[in-house]
Write a protein that binds this ligand. Structure first.
Ligand SMILES: [Zn+2]
Length: 91
């Protein structure tokens, strides 16, 4: 387990955060002092804000989630499951 921000290994468990669906493990970094959730959750942050904008744009133009997911893979080399695409249209 490494810090999401600085890739430091000085990471400690920081308790849990309750979401609608499940409990998520929270971690704190002793190097940069930031907090983040477990690794698998980063899936939905792939590509950052730029990709979020593209997703929202395509979505507002009526493309299906699968089409958007396909477009991201072809044009931006980003693999996002369409359920993650859906989540990002709501951000
Ligand atoms: Zn850090």
């Amino acid at each position: 387990m490494r810090c999401y921000y600085c890739r430091s290994k000085k990471v400690v468990k920081y308790g849990k955060r309750k979401t609608k669906y499940k409990l998520k493990q929270l971690y704190g970094c002793n190097n940069c002092k930031r907090k983040f959730v477990e690794e698998k959750d980063y899936e939905r942050l792939k590509g950052g804000k730029k990709i979020n904008l593209i997703i929202k744009d395509l979505h507002s133009r009526g493309l299906s989630l699968r089409d958007i997911s396909h477009h991201l893979e072809k044009c931006h080399n980003i693999n996002l499951h369409h359920s993650n695409v859906l989540r990002r249209t709501r951000r």
